[in-house]
Design a protein around this ligand. Structure first.
Ligand code: ZN
Length: 331
């Protein structure tokens, strides 16, 4: 089931309380959405599906228009998540790395909701949690833009669950930054912040070199953010693709509640597609009896899925998410 912003808070709190993190996959096609939900179903785990600007404007969704992309993304995701066999799986939809001049238009639509005609019934669908990319902003701009989102939600009468980021791509964020960024937003718009994304030594992308990942920084920032907001605030870990399983487990133990996964996920899917086409050049000749089945999208996507779903489950296992699809008080 696609969770609303209030339900999403329950799951983020549960992750912290029970010591696991929710995998957040940047899914860039309808087939990837299906695979992620299938992995979550098999693992009986909550999952976060997130989309960045490049996915909203990409060919599978917006084809140039990010708000059209948001509508298509939400229709696809809610149609899948709210139906069998995924109805019992908690699915959070998160907007990730939204930036540029259209930020407010995109996130405004995500917060106010978009019309989705699902199986003949009109319904509005909303983002569960929201964040914006502050990497090109000053601290003041980050606070102002985040506060604008809170105000927009207040005026719309909608709950808002925000991940605020420190806007760094490398290194470790000083603890004073948490105070400078989180406190003003919490003071003017209390109760919106539920995730904090400081730099903790990871980096976006894939690399063979070592990362100065710091579980101590995770613990320190979690403690500080929780103290500022007066409720449990989990750490959102960006740039997790290059981290070893042991480092991920240490991060979760220190207070990571959400782990973004994009680069490695993309590579697994892309390499599977490469293998599919490389091994089927004979079938893709028009004289071959199986050319049509081979050429159909389903042929490729079923092959990619068989390679990809086990990897997603493996990642969920590392983060301790297996079997956490039900809140303890409801099971
Ligand atoms: Zn990121």
């Amino acid at each position: 089931m696609l969770l609303d912003p209030l339900q999403a808070r329950l799951w983020l709190a549960d992750a912290l309380a029970r010591g696991y993190a929710i995998l957040a996959v940047n899914a860039d096609s309808p087939a990837a959405l299906t695979d992620c939900l299938e992995a979550a179903r098999q693992a009986q785990a909550p999952i976060i599906i997130e989309t960045s600007l490049w996915q909203l404007t990409g060919h599978s969704f917006g084809a140039g228009d990010p708000v059209r992309g948001l509508v298509r993304y939400l229709v696809q995701l809610s149609g899948l998540a709210n139906a069998e066999p995924y109805r019992e799986i908690p699915v959070i939809f998160h907007t990730d790395h939204i930036k540029g001049p259209e930020t407010l238009r995109i996130l405004g639509a995500a917060i106010r909701g978009v019309e989705a005609n699902i199986c003949g019934s009109e319904a509005k669908v909303f983002a569960s949690t929201v964040s914006l990319d502050s990497s090109e902003m000053t601290e003041g701009e980050n606070i102002a833009r985040t506060s604008e989102l809170c105000e927009l939600a207040r005026v719309a009468g909608r709950p808002l669950t925000i991940e605020m980021e420190a806007g760094v791509d490398a290194g470790v964020t000083e603890i004073e930054v948490a105070e400078r960024l989180l406190a003003p937003v919490e003071e003017t718009h209390p109760g919106c912040l539920y995730l904090w994304a400081p730099g903790v030594g990871t980096q976006h992308g894939l690399s063979d070199r070592g990362y100065p990942f710091s579980p101590d920084a995770v613990a320190l920032h979690r403690e500080k953010a929780t103290a500022i907001c007066g409720r449990p605030i989990g750490i959102a870990l960006h740039g997790s693709s290059g981290l070893a399983a042991s480092a991920l487990r240490e991060g979760v133990a220190a207070g990571v509640a959400k782990v973004n996964w994009s680069s490695e996920s993309l590579l697994i899917r892309c390499q599977a597609a490469q293998e599919y086409f490389a091994s089927r050049s004979a079938e893709l000749q028009k004289s071959h009896p199986a050319w049509k089945a081979t050429a159909m999208d389903h042929g490729l996507q079923a092959f990619v899925s068989a390679r990809y779903v086990p990897k997603v489950i493996e990642r969920i296992e590392i983060l301790g998410g297996v079997g956490k699809a039900c809140l303890p008080e409801r099971c």
